[in-house]
Design a protein around this ligand. Structure first.
Ligand code: NAD
Length: 397
């Protein structure tokens, strides 16, 4: 099969197994050379949403940095009827293969993490093959959620709330900077987004594993979030997704009250804005990320998911510092005043004529294609390849 990139809007409909495998190998290499082991490493790690982006980086750091047994959950699809598998499928397949080569325990469950069936399957695997979970990473980004108790299907929206938002925006396909007017979400849309991306499912996971006695004493759980600068607040922090992220933080606080006596500690970690399948769907944000990339690359502070997560795991296994609102902050370099002043200066003057000088459009596009395994100079994309990926240690539900 010859696999070509087929980009449609903010998704790529194809994925390249060899390119995805190379992405995973590069991330493992980074972990192996940059993560210093301490005595306080997690032994059994569950990553919900562990097949792409921040979750995959978490699974790789747990496995190759901490030598932990790792179980991942993701919503991924096998190749079918001439379609390639999803990038997350190929990433996981590569992760499992490299883990197995080093004699490590790693497994992936592909199914709907919101369902009771998935939680039961994970609990069975944990109890029969792993022991108790001491770190649960919650890294889901989903457009919808079928509620396991009520059967209601919730759709999330990425909209401002309260009033419309007028902003500069980059049309990635053409490089044109236009002005977009985003209409505010209704209260119902905001509540639906909270139902999908808020903390209810995170809490259900913790309650379920706790009832089954599958959380170790002093277990930690972390969910990922974002805040960003003022000029993206209308679409992120103060928008529907921000409301869901506030619910996630409220959930962490309530988990700490309800499960604190068992030693569980729940955290929300604020991560840097990066190109992932989830973030490329948010209006306005790709222009911000492109400007940010240019500034951070020039100041040598640019990180990808793996650098961010290695830095997070160093904190987790040594000293966890929280800001005054109780967040772990990994967006510190992004939110540095010098960086943000320069982003704001460029944001005010950026237009179609100067965007290539002020923003790293090529870096954005290249990172986007890389998510799907494309754009590696060392790979011959004209070559007919065997599409079949390793399915050992994969459980489909
Ligand atoms: P991503 O799209 O790369 O990863 C999403 C993961 O969720 C994948 O593993 C996918 O398979 C899984 N998933 C989605 N729906 C599922 C379902 N129903 N069942 C099982 N698995 C499912 O996204 P990401 O950017 O890595 O986002 C992960 C988290 O990090 C999100 O909470 C996001 O808000 C947060 N975050 C992202 C950024 C960013 O800039 N990308 C910044 C800060 C925080």
């Amino acid at each position: 099969m010859i696999i070509k990139q087929r980009v449609k809007g903010f998704v790529c409909l194809t994925a390249h197994p060899i390119g995805c495998k190379q992405n995973v190998r590069e991330q493992i290499g980074f972990v192996e050379t940059n993560f210093t082991k301490s005595s306080n490493l997690p032994k059994n790690v569950l990553v919900i949403g562990g097949t792409t982006g921040y979750g995959l980086a978490s699974a790789l750091t747990a496995s190759f940095g901490c030598d932990a047994n790792v179980l991942c959950v993701g919503y991924e699809k096998q190749a079918d009827n001439g379609r390639t598998a999803t990038a997350g499928f190929y990433n996981s397949s590569a992760f499992l293969e490299y883990a197995s080569l080093q004699g490590k325990y790693a497994k992936c469950v592909f199914g709907d993490a919101f369902s009771d069936k998935c939680k039961s399957m994970v609990a069975d695997i944990v109890s029969t093959e792993m022991g108790k979970i001491d770190l649960l990473i919650y890294s889901l980004a989903s457009p919808k959620r079928l509620h396991p108790k009520t059967g209601v299907l919730y759709q999330s929206v990425l909209k401002p709330y309260g009033k419309e938002f007028v902003s500069k925006n980059l049309v990635m396909e053409t490089g044109v900077i236009n002005q977009v007017t985003l209409q505010p979400a209704t209260l119902q849309e905001k509540e639906n987004t909270i139902a999908v991306m808020g903390g209810e499912d995170w809490r259900l996971w913790i309650e379920f594993l706790s009832q089954k006695n599958l959380l170790s004493a002093n277990a930690k759980t972390i969910a990922y979030s974002y805040i960003g600068p003022k000029f993206t607040h209308a679409i992120y922090k103060d928008g529907t997704i921000g409301a869901a992220k506030q619910h996630l933080k409220d959930t962490a606080d309530s988990l700490n009250v309800d499960f604190g006596s068992s030693g569980l500690r729940a955290y929300v970690s604020i991560q840097k804005a990066l190109v992932t399948q989830a973030s490329s769907a948010i209006p306005v944000v790709p222009l911000y990320i492109s400007i940010l990339y240019d500034i951070m690359k020039k100041s040598n502070t640019h990180e990808h998911c793996i650098e961010q997560i290695v830095r997070l795991f160093k904190k987790l296994t040594t000293k966890i510092e929280l800001d005054k609102e109780g967040y772990i902050r990994l967006d510190d370099w992004e939110m540095d005043k010098v960086v943000q002043d320069e982003v704001a200066r460029r944001w005010n003057i950026v237009d179609t004529d100067n965007v290539n000088a002020l923003a790293d459009i090529e870096g954005y596009k290249s990172d986007f294609l890389k998510l799907f395994g494309f754009g590696h100079g060392s790979i011959d994309y004209e070559k007919d390849i065997e599409e079949k990926a390793n399915e050992k240690n994969v459980v489909f539900i």
